[in-house]
Design a protein around this ligand. Structure first.
Ligand code: EGV
Length: 381
């Protein structure tokens, strides 16, 4: 007799769908978007929004685009970025930039070495363009011999730095060595630096290092993680002169321009960041991180990313608890966090004991999350 067959459904849950489920939560420390309060000087920028709108309407798009690039890249130490060259393409979001890069890579490239773990929409986007992925373990990537990254052979390396969720940063020396290894092999080096604004150690001038190496490179930069602008943001897709990939062509399949209003907003927030706003942001994230760690000291958890200063924090469950089970129980009490399994896109079990907590939130939200985590863990032990 035939049974009604439960479709052997692949688990299509991904991190973003969990984040969507948290958008109406009482305590949402799920997504990595910037949801903290505006600082006083940021509040003044927003207060002047009508004037910004007039300025955006009165200048040409290329002018506004270059002004936003100039303010943003210089604020984050990227002084040798190709501002004004036409090789910085503004996108609605860094994920849109990534989709464009993936499609361009697929023109001539099959195999991509991708940092492991990392946020799961990156492997999903790359696989969407039928690229074959080889996991590159973060410690090996950030501290090992670059030659080993090409065993098995890959034609492209994709590295998120600072990484999400670990906050680990690719140091200048290692970047130079990896870029040289790519140049030797004519491989493309793609960096996703969406979280660099949080970490001074990631703000050395990457473009100087990459230009010197002569490698083919793509950088994806992001304004979206830093400032609480209600997701008014842009991703910037930057590429080397020698890229030999149809990036500009595919960009034009997807994008004409971003909103001029968003460009003037980015310019204003970037100038504020350069004039002390970045330090304020770093202090606020550090304070939220310290509050979270302090609130959980009595529990059997550890914080594996001791040096991380990005706007997310991993928690390791040292008791015999599954991250997914803890996430579910937390959701029942209105606290939304991410389980880390899906970040380990090639081996989810590796992430089973970790949770990720977003820190770009008002202090009260982080404190509420900490007390929810504390009581749920206590009840599960
Ligand atoms: C993070 C959400 C997308 C992503 C969030 C993120 N996913 N764009 N499909 O923006 O760390 O929570 O990167």
């Amino acid at each position: 007799m035939s049974q009604p067959v439960q479709a052997p459904q692949l688990d299509r849950t991904n991190l973003t769908r969990m984040e969507m489920g948290a958008l109406d939560a009482v305590v949402n420390v799920s997504d990595g978007h910037a949801r903290q309060d505006l600082s006083p000087s940021q509040g003044r920028i927003i207060h002047g929004l009508a004037e910004l709108f007039r300025r955006a309407a009165g200048l040409t798009y290329p002018e506004l685009d270059v002004r936003a690039h100039d303010a943003f890249f210089h604020a984050l130490g990227q002084h040798a970025s190709p501002i004004g060259s036409g090789r910085i393409l503004s996108c609605y979001a860094s994920s849109v930039a990534m989709e464009i890069v993936a499609r361009a890579l697929a023109d001539t490239i099959r195999s991509v070495g991708l940092i492991h773990p990392t946020f799961d929409n990156i492997p999903d986007i790359l696989r969407g363009s039928r690229l074959d992925l080889v996991p590159l373990d973060e410690p090996k990537l950030l501290g090992g011999d670059p030659a080993e990254l090409f065993v098995p052979p890959v034609e492209c390396l994709f590295i998120t730095t600072p990484n999400n969720p670990t906050g680990a940063v690719l140091a200048r020396r290692q970047l130079a060595d990896i870029a040289a290894a790519c140049a030797d092999r004519d491989a493309v080096l793609v960096l996703d630096s969406s979280f660099r604004g949080f970490d001074r150690r990631a703000q050395y001038d990457h473009y100087t290092v990459l230009d010197r190496s002569g490698c083919r490179f793509v950088l994806i930069e992001d304004t979206g993680k830093l400032w609480p602008t209600l997701d008014l943001k842009a991703g910037f897709l930057v590429y080397s002169r020698n890229i030999r990939l149809p990036i500009a062509e595919i960009y034009s399949d997807i994008m004409l321009n971003v909103s001029p209003l968003i460009l003037v907003l980015i310019e204003s927030f970037a100038r504020d960041a350069a004039a002390g706003g970045l330090e304020t942001l770093h202090d606020d994230i550090a304070c939220n991180r310290a509050q979270l760690r302090d609130a959980l000291t009595a529990l059997p958890v550890t914080f594996p990313d001791r040096d991380s200063v990005v706007s997310v924090e991993r928690i390791r469950l040292d008791a015999d608890l599954d991250g997914r089970a803890v996430t579910d129980r937390l959701r029942d009490v209105g606290v939304h966090v991410l389980p880390c399994g899906p970040f380990h896109w090639a081996d989810q079990a590796e992430g089973a004991r970790f949770l990720r907590i977003a820190l770009a939130r008002p202090r009260a939200t982080v404190n509420a999350a900490a007390s929810g985590i504390s009581s749920v863990l206590t009840s599960m032990l």
